[in-house]
Design a protein. Structure first.
Ligand SMILES: CC(C)(COP(=O)(O)OP(=O)(O)OC[C@H]1O[C@@H](n2cnc3c(N)ncnc32)[C@H](O)[C@@H]1OP(=O)(O)O)[C@@H](O)C(=O)NCCC(=O)NCCS
Length: 161
């Protein structure tokens, strides 16, 4: 088993919101560079989706889980009902099983809440990862606002009983 498979996954505490915000901002910079986003779009993601205020607000409305190694948070996943809204792993710790461990923990929680499908919208770079998790692309959505012109893959997985 990869190292990520042994990491503890738990609910984010309020005092960790700043660390998770910093993780998201690092991930958006990494993602933006690979997806060809402009600096303005990267700053939009950091300020709108990765800010401390956003993490504090969303974690009151959604389930926010973190993967921890020692004092460091290596990754996070957020979901609301059957929709995964965020999944980000520190770029220094990609391809070590952290994303799979976070995803499987969230899928198990979503399943135990009685949902029969999982849904999410994925940046193109994350599609192969989600396909490895058993999701399939069911459509695309054009992003609006600051991310206009960018295509988001709509993905779904049917959960077997
Ligand atoms: C997508 C992301 C969460 C994956 O996390 P990760 O910890 O690197 O992934 P893992 O190491 O757990 O990989 C799990 C499986 O997915 C596969 N996988 C991951 N990335 C892949 C890729 N680009 N192409 C093909 N397979 C991939 C791995 O081979 C692995 O398969 P295995 O377990 O059978 O060996 C991570 O790369 C990330 O944070 N990316 C930037 C943010 C992002 O795009 N998040 C999603 C927002 S929509």
């Amino acid at each position: 088993m990869k190292a990520g498979g042994q990491l503890p996954i738990r609910t984010m505490s309020e005092s960790e919101a700043g660390d998770v915000s910093a993780l998201l901002c690092r991930c958006y910079a990494w993602l933006g560079a690979r997806e060809g986003l402009s600096q303005r779009q990267i700053e939009f993601l950091k300020s709108e989706r990765g800010s401390l205020e956003t993490v504090r607000r969303e974690s009151g409305e959604e389930t926010y889980l973190v993967a921890q190694e020692g004092a460091a948070i290596l990754g996070m996943i957020a979901f609301r009902k059957n929709r995964i809204t965020k999944l980000y792993v520190d770029p220094l710790h990609h391809e070590a099983g952290v994303g799979r461990t976070l995803y499987e923990t969230a899928e198990s929680a979503i399943r135990s809440q009685g949902h029969t499908t999982i849904e999410l919208g994925a940046f193109p770079i994350a599609v192969p990862f989600y396909e490895a998790m058993g999701l399939r692309v069911v459509g695309t959505k054009e992003a609006g606002g600051e991310l206009a012109g960018f295509s988001i893959a709509l993905m779904e997985k049917r959960l077997e009983g």
